[in-house]
Ligand binder design. Structure first.
Ligand code: JBK
Length: 272
């Protein structure tokens, strides 16, 4: 997969040289190219923003540098001899991280991990002149995606989150091919349940024991205990996820566990 990132802070993406993604790049599985938006400015101050039409606080990113950057980055590769018929080359898909975007989930990540070419446009300030998206739509599919309901200084950190989420799903990127399917939010993971607590050696640490069932060798009992823990964790941290589980996916034991969890939650003062 090719990933282009356009930003006014190219150094922000140094972490993409580390760990799994760094190795995937070195192995040629991932071709990540980071571009400085200011390369497409021509004034002494390399201006990328201006005041908003209609007034209001903050600054808006100017359309001209973005238009030129997207044209340059998404231009088809130069070939020695122009082919008589343009090849059905898989084109780019533009991703704009924005607080006003569609909520980014694991389902988006799964779909995007099959794409040949993604371009991330990192906005700063109050966002990018809206004509840039309309213009880009003439040449490529565009998705505005949000990583969550909070205020960031710009799209850079959201891009890091999405690139990591997408990259680790690609064949050959994750060290352990099984780990990706087991994750809490992977479609087909333990239904809509969060992962419960996990333990490793030593069996006693600072006087705290690992739950004995995990050392019992009884796989059935371990599975049952893990499901109970997942139900309790989900009831506590993400009760809205439980409401999405079809009734017939919860047996009597599950319902008893949840009844106990609800009594626990109900006895607490919930501050937020
Ligand atoms: C936010 O993707 N986001 O969630 C995002 C992108 C840019 C600025 C933001 O405040 N939340």
């Amino acid at each position: 997969m090719r990933i282009d990132i356009i930003t006014i802070f190219p150094d922000y993406f140094a972490p993409l040289e580390l760990s799994l993604i760094g190795k995937a790049r070195a192995a040629g599985i991932l071709d990540i190219r980071v571009h400085d938006l200011r390369s497409w400015t021509y004034d002494r101050h390399k201006t990328v923003d201006d005041t908003p039409y209609g007034g209001g606080p903050g600054m808006v990113m100017k359309p001209e540098p973005w238009g030129e950057a997207l044209d340059a980055v998404t231009a088809p590769a130069e070939t020695a001899a122009a082919p008589p018929v343009p090849p059905a080359a898989p084109g780019p898909r533009l991703i704009l991280p924005a607080p006003s975007g569609v909520p980014f989930t694991q389902v988006h990540a799964e779909r995007l991990s099959d794409e040949p070419w993604l371009v991330f446009a990192c906005g700063r300030y109050e966002g990018i002149d809206a004509r840039v998206v309309d213009d880009a739509w003439e040449r490529m599919p565009v998705e505005e995606l949000s990583i969550g309901d909070y205020v960031l200084a710009g799209g850079e950190s959201a891009t890091l989150v999405m690139v990591e989420t997408i990259s680790r799903l690609m064949p050959g990127v994750l060290g352990n091919a099984d780990s990706a399917v087991q994750d809490s939010f992977a479609p087909g993971a333990m239904e809509n349940l969060l992962e419960g607590a996990v333990y490793t050696k030593p069996p006693v640490w600072r006087g705290r024991e690992v739950p004995p069932v995990l050392l019992s060798g009884d796989h059935g009992a371990v599975d049952r205990w893990r499901r109970d823990e997942a139900l309790r964790k989900t009831a506590r941290n993400r009760p809205e996820l439980l409401r999405e589980i079809p009734e017939n996916h919860l047996d009597q034991h599950d319902q008893d566990v949840l009844r106990g969890a609800r009594l626990q939650v109900g006895s607490e003062s919930v501050a937020d």
